[in-house]
Design a binder for this molecule. Structure first.
Ligand SMILES: *Cc1c(COP(=O)(O)O)cnc(C)c1O
Length: 412
């Protein structure tokens, strides 16, 4: 297939891998969990594994300089992508670490000002868990509810801010229902009350416009692997001016990344991450349109069935996200029924092994039974219209037969 720029992209199934089971794998529709890496990203990374293998912190020789040059260019690319300065980018191992650094780092640096943090019930666990940890240390956390479409109420946010509030953390795009929060409005409220604003943009970077100036964002977590880049690399944007954010380092050692995150930098990952962001930006508009059409195509077929509900706001969501609840069907049975054709997940991949209803769907106010039978379709760059039809066909035959089976076999 060719991408929007006419570049030939090999779908993984076209790559010569002599493994039959590999060829027969289901259609990948789990792009909120991770994405396949783009071939062009891999190409950009390869020289930094071998030829330019130096340590970017080695300032005394050419090996170090070459690696440093790659990192510097990547840092500039990432900064440009979000309208920041390169010194404001701190590389981390991913968004989990970036969230931990932002939340615990602010808590530790500002606790003399106050011990109150505001976040949202539908956040990723990489935000909720550090907040829970801080709670155990004596911090107070307000978990804002969301409206039934998954968007927060700005008036409630403003009411939650107190004189001792040091941080507001609201995600840019939800990883289960794809819902986009109004970042610019949240940023304006936080700035007005002189409270720092952190956003987890793991799902948003490369997919929706992000501008730390226009949106008044003070800290932003990013990751590479949700947007066709490598796993194990991410970044935290930390504002240096108006206001200058103070942060307590969570990993001490060699003093890398302005003493905020020690550890030898990983140039192949960093270069690949920046390449992925560059491609994401260049192709964003055409890809958004294309993925929205694919989602619409899938939804139109699925919604012909009775008792299918769309979770989350119909338009304020990531273009490739479709999250549905299915009435009268057991969640795991539904996933099993789709499994031969579609690799999808129910709720969040990080907790899909658990049988508890997703905390995100619960926060939307659905009864538990509805929250149970939910499917998240994460459509991405390499999916096609034909794949949507195949998946829809499987769902449209599986769901009624599951319902029939469940209605004749009494539930104990
Ligand atoms: C995937 C994800 C994370 C975790 O990112 P890693 O880079 O895998 O650590 C955090 N927040 C959100 C919203 C995510 O989707």
């Amino acid at each position: 297939m060719r991408n929007a720029c006419g570049v030939e992209i090999l779908h993984w199934e076209q790559r010569a891998i002599p493994n039959q089971s590999f060829m027969q794998r289901p259609i990948y529709l789990d792009c909120h969990s991770t994405t396949p890496m783009d071939e062009r990203v891999l190409e950009a990374m390869l020289p930094y594994f071998t030829e330019h293998f130096g340590n970017p912190s080695s300032t005394t020789h050419a090996y170090g300089w070459e690696a440093e040059a790659g990192v510097k260019q990547a840092r500039q690319m990432l900064a440009d992508a979000i309208n920041a300065a390169p010194e404001e980018i701190i590389f981390t191992s991913g968004a989990t670490e970036a969230n931990n650094l932002a939340i615990k780092g602010v808590a530790e640096a500002y606790f003399s000002k106050g011990c109150h943090i505001v976040t949202v019930q539908t956040e990723h666990r990489a935000v909720l868990d550090p907040c829970g940890y801080l709670e155990s240390l004596g911090f107070e956390i307000t978990y804002l509810p969301v409206q039934s479409d998954g968007v927060i109420d700005l008036a409630e946010l403003e009411q939650a801010i107190r004189p001792d509030t040091i941080l507001v953390s609201v995600m840019a795009a939800n990883n289960e229902i794809g819902v986009l929060q109004p970042l610019a409005e949240i940023g304006a409220i936080c700035r007005q009350h002189q409270v720092l604003f952190h956003t987890d943009a793991a799902q948003a970077i490369g997919k929706i416009p992000l501008d730390v100036e226009a949106m008044k964002i003070d800290l932003m977590s990013l990751t590479g692997h949700k947007m066709y880049g490598p796993k194990g690399i991410g970044a935290l944007y930390v504002r240096r001016r108006h206001p200058r954010v103070r942060l307590a380092s969570q990993i001490q050692g060699g003093g890398q990344e302005r003493e905020l995150r020690a550890g030898t930098l990983y140039p192949p990952q960093i270069v690949g991450f920046a390449k992925a962001v560059e491609l994401g930006l260049a192709e964003r508009e055409s890809e958004s349109q294309r993925q929205m059409q694919l989602r619409q195509r899938l939804w139109e077929q699925l919604s012909q069935l009775e008792g299918i509900h769309l979770n989350g706001h119909p338009t304020k969501r990531l273009p490739g996200n479709l999250n549905i609840s299915v009435e009268g069907v057991d969640g795991s049975a539904l996933l099993l029924g789709l499994q031969p054709v579609a690799a999808v997940s129910s709720g969040s991949a990080c907790s899909s092994a658990s049988t508890a209803p997703s905390h995100v769907l619960t926060a939307l106010g659905h009864p538990d039974s509805l929250a149970y039978a939910s499917v998240r379709f994460g459509i991405g760059r390499f999916n096609t219209a034909a794949e949507m039809d195949q998946v829809a066909e499987q769902a449209v035959t599986t769901i009624p037969s599951l319902r029939q089976a469940q209605s004749v076999v009494p539930q104990v």
